[in-house]
Write a protein of this length. Structure first.
Length: 166
């Protein structure tokens, strides 16, 4: 799919600033939105997405990313059907039967803790993510279950935004 962002760390530091930091550091929210729009077959302009989220309570001016409820609001305002799923046990069924998803989760690496958003799609019996890892070079294979993927990676407190066309 043309126009997807596979790895936010590859964005030059001076391009698409998000708050006090670069999108390479804190842009996963608008990037997940961009990728979801592209996967749904809609145009997306990074500058417009950044402007939209910066006006709607970005966490500390974007320094700590995007406030999670703003993503659902973005898609609803554009006429998409949006469902937020909070129980891991319901992720697989919801994502298989929905459209494109945005997966939100917390991660831990030693003493460092953070959050991340990734666009997700179910295709050919498996889930595929976009902009999942620091070293992603293309679509990231998650396997047949989002629940198992999250458990295997040690990600916690997840939420799944299921987005479908009107």
């Amino acid at each position: 799919m043309d126009g997807l962002i596979y790895n936010q760390k590859k964005i030059p530091k001076g391009k698409w600033r998000y708050g006090l930091r670069s999108s390479a550091a804190t842009g996963c929210g608008w990037i997940a939105t961009h990728n979801a729009l592209r996967l749904l077959g809609h145009p997306s302009e990074p500058e417009q997405l950044i402007r939209y989220y910066r006006r709607r309570f970005p966490l500390l001016n974007g320094t700590f990313g995007t406030f999670r409820p703003n993503l659902a609001g973005f898609f609803r305002r554009r006429g998409f059907h949006v469902r937020t799923v909070r129980r891991r046990s319901e992720f697989d069924e919801a994502a298989r039967n929905g459209g494109v998803c945005i997966l939100y989760f917390w991660w831990r690496d030693g003493l460092r803790v953070g959050t991340h958003y990734a666009a997700v799609q179910y295709e050919n019996g498996k889930f595929v993510g976009y902009n999942t890892y620091r070293n992603s070079t293309g679509p990231d294979p998650y396997g047949p279950s989002l629940e198992a993927f999250l458990r295997r990676r040690g990600y916690f407190w997840p939420a799944l935004l299921v987005i479908s066309k009107p």
